[in-house]
Design a protein around this ligand. Structure first.
Ligand SMILES: [Zn+2]
Length: 584
């Protein structure tokens, strides 16, 4: 185990060196001159609390686009009183949840932190694995595992065991560095509806809690605890989720206040088990098998997360002494709402309005308990999201469609491969976005050249309508491809032990919308700008207000937090501390 770990790190470090070199030479942020001057002051006081908020799938433009539904004290506090970086993009190709969350936590790219996708094919086990599953641990709550009958997230279903831990995260997180620096005296917690939204940011040293749709509780694994703290049991005993029974997700404002108030019913929106395409969306009764799922597809999921986080903050007494504590909260509803209804739906517009109230409630509570001046807040997202093709079609933008992998005629491709290599579909072991995994044993047995096989399959994939790139990993790792931004973003996603053999990129506004049988409105995960674009906002701790349009990356966040606290940066960090925040 120890040796295995060491080998992993050695290879990662090697990759990291390559990646760091390529990023240093191309990072758009570091040479841009479009930079508004700020009156950043040197921050002298160590904050009592660092609050790291992630809004799952909050594309960078959404808070401003829907600013007419915002109130006071939430997003407006961050945007008007904090430092708002309005031009932040990820630079890795697979813009999925775990990849983004771990990049926020570690300040580096998947090639270094190792979380290359929500799911990858584990060649030792010969199966697809879920990013944070860990057979060495178990959930503390019996029956809280993913219910494969009702789980709509296909990546969650890949997990074979109920155990969860950060073991697969190969580099340190900012929260780990905080623990190291303060000799374990910092209290470190992370909370989310999604397990991966919490485990990622808690790092290896912190504690994570997430929502079980099977039991309607916040749960954890025995990686973190041997038994629940009393306050967690008490929180679960109050059964807050159940209080949504027979209620509905209703609009926060009169419909005339919304940009999309007249566009509620769209045929491309998903109607999951009676949740409907129009307001109000009924949650149903507690015995409805999709009851808890519906809570997560609405602002209710974020409200539950907020309530749990507030209780945690109070009961664990975060921010009450001079050793800085860390609380990460990942709000998941925006992602689920985007998948089901799209980024330009009344549901997304209203969800942002509700999320804004959730944030305002959180900030007011922290102000009362810790003081916002004693709290350094950062908000970002793990990825953005695309527009629904049907929405673009309504506007006359026809270059958008769903990619239906099932209905493709693959016969000509298989015939071509058979002609070349004597074998066809047996060469392919698995496809799980974005990677095609090949049968290495068969390639060895037949004495085929891996590069030749990968490139031949890539050439066939490129013939399918909607495929923009199909990139051979062997070509990538031997640097035999043109040095373009796209190749670099795929290289930053490449980890030799986990990445597949061919990376598939669809054309802009083309994506697969099949969630294991459930047809959804949209799916993120591409290297295109709508998926890489996220907000980065810092506030509290006496920071000045500023709007910065210089290009930055979310990898800058962890090293910025580290620099602000004079803590060493995470082990794989490639980001640059943001000077408007550090005051340097
Ligand atoms: Zn998502």
């Amino acid at each position: 185990m120890q040796q295995n770990r060491f080998q992993k790190h050695t290879i990662t470090m090697f990759t990291l060196v390559l990646i760091t070199v390529s990023i240093a030479s191309c990072s758009p942020g570091k040479e841009s001159s479009a930079h508004k001057e700020t009156d950043a002051a040197v921050a002298t006081n160590t904050p009592k609390l660092i609050l790291q908020i992630t809004v799952d799938a909050l594309r960078g433009d959404l808070p401003g686009r829907f600013s007419h539904v915002l109130g006071e004290g939430g997003f407006r506090y961050l945007m008007d009183e904090g430092i708002h970086y309005s031009n932040a993009h990820y630079q890795h190709a697979n813009t999925e949840t775990i990849v983004g969350h771990v990049s926020l936590a570690t300040g580096t790219v998947p090639a270094a932190h190792g979380m290359i996708g929500n799911v990858w094919f584990d060649r030792e086990q010969g199966r697809l694995v879920y990013n944070i599953e860990d057979a060495d641990y178990h959930l503390l709550t019996v029956g809280a595992d993913v219910d494969k009958q009702t789980e709509i997230d296909p990546t969650q279903k890949a997990a074979k065991v109920d155990g969860r831990s950060p073991d697969n995260i190969l580099t340190s997180t900012f929260s780990d560095e905080l623990a190291i620096h303060f000799a374990g005296q910092s209290k470190i917690f992370a909370v989310s509806v999604k397990d991966r939204g919490a485990v990622s940011l808690a790092g290896h040293a912190g504690k994570a809690f997430w929502f079980s749709k099977a039991t309607a509780d916040f749960v954890t694994s025995n990686y973190y605890y041997n038994e629940y703290p009393a306050w967690v049991q008490a929180w679960n005993a109050k059964k807050l989720a159940q209080s949504y029974a027979d209620k509905s997700w209703e609009l926060l404002h009169p419909s005339s206040k919304y940009m999309l108030g007249d566009a509620d019913d769209r045929e491309y929106e998903t109607d999951l088990a009676g949740f409907g395409r129009t307001f109000p969306h009924p949650y149903g009764k507690t015995d409805d098998k999709y009851f808890t799922t519906k809570l997560t597809l609405s602002p209710a999921g974020d409200e539950l997360t907020l309530d749990f986080a507030k209780t945690l903050l109070e009961k664990e007494q975060l921010g009450q002494d001079n050793i800085p504590d860390y609380l990460a909260i990942s709000f998941s509803s925006t992602d689920y709402v985007g998948h089901l209804f799209g980024a330009s739906s009344l549901e997304t517009e209203d969800n942002i309005a509700h999320l804004d109230r959730t944030l305002a409630d959180l900030f007011a509570y922290i102000d009362q308990k810790v003081g916002l001046d004693n709290t350094l807040i950062v908000l970002s997202a793990d990825h953005g999201q695309p527009e629904v093709p049907g929405y673009l079609h309504e506007l006359g933008i026809d270059k958008a469609h769903y990619f239906d992998a099932e209905s493709l005629d693959k016969t000509p491709a298989i015939v071509a491969l058979k002609k070349k290599f004597g074998i066809g579909e047996e060469l392919i072991k698995a496809f799980f976005q974005p990677y095609v995994y090949l049968n290495h044993e068969l390639i060895r047995q037949k004495k085929l050249d891996p590069l030749e096989v990968e490139q031949a399959i890539a050439a066939e994939l490129l013939k399918f309508k909607g495929v923009a790139y199909a990139v051979s990993s062997t070509a990538l790792r031997t640097a035999s491809l043109p040095d373009t931004l796209m190749m670099r973003s795929i290289l930053r996603n490449f980890h030799p032990k986990r990445s597949g053999d061919i990376f598939v990129v669809f054309e802009p506004n083309v994506f697969i919308n099949d969630f294991d049988g459930l047809t959804v409105a949209s799916t993120h995960g591409s290297p295109w700008h709508y998926d890489t674009f996220v907000p980065v906002m810092f506030a509290g701790a006496g920071l000045p207000s500023a709007k910065v349009d210089r290009a930055v990356t979310p990898y800058d966040i962890a090293p910025t937090l580290a620099a602000y606290l004079s803590v060493k940066p995470p082990s794989g960090s490639i980001g640059t501390p943001l000077s408007e925040v550090t005051g340097n």
